[in-house]
Design a protein around this ligand. Sequence first.
Ligand SMILES: [Zn+2]
Length: 268
Amino acid sequence: MKTCKFCKEKVVKLANAHVLPRAYFEYSRRKAKMTKTQSMKLITNTKDQFPIGKVRIGWYDSDLVCAECENRFAPYDNYSPRLLLQNEDHHRQIIVNGDLKGWEIAQFDYEKLKLFVISVLWRAGASQLPQFGKINLSQEELERARQNILNNDSGGDNNFSFIIARFPDDIGQSFMADPHPEYDTDMFAGLNAYRFYIGAGYIVYIKVGTKLFPEPGRSFVVSKETPLRILTRDNFLQSKEADSMRKVMEDADKTLTEIKGVGGKKKQ
Ligand SMILES: [Zn+2]
């Protein structure tokens, strides 16, 4: 028997549950112009996780939740790509002095979007998959997220506050990276927060601690009082990620080459 990490019931078989909706990966694959047989590579800077492998589309975890609990996430998982991907032509561009600063969506379902974010956080925190190894939630945080989902109540603006950003360029929209704690600098200084690359160039910064975002960061927090604002991340090639990713990719290629050379068993 297996135990569902969400409802804690014992079941014969757990669902092959996804942690992130497949639609985001499919979007990134399209941007990366991948063929059906190519696999999405996960970019990670976790040194001991080489080789950077193929990651199954959607980041499935078959040791997480029962089928019934997987269904709890469905309304959020269906809603979020509909809002962020399918209707993206309706995202109003915010242009200041000729520069794209972000996008605005006038109408959105705050509760559904926020519960999507909380459910991704919970799934990544509860999952034992190595790609979520840097998401270390306390028992209190996991339980708070679980209760939010159970009660279909996102718990107010300061509970798991989040900010959304997006790379505007094709390269930024075509890669996947593992989520990690946010760097303790700038508007995240002193906050306990995580950065999730959810695919399609979207980055969600989720604050798990109770300390408030300082200004000006607070004004970017997604709120039900304002339209949804998505900040622009710099062009990927000019971003900090690009440098570390480039290095990681070089290391990964080297490691893969070494592994192929030694064992020859790892499928490329
Ligand atoms: Zn369950």
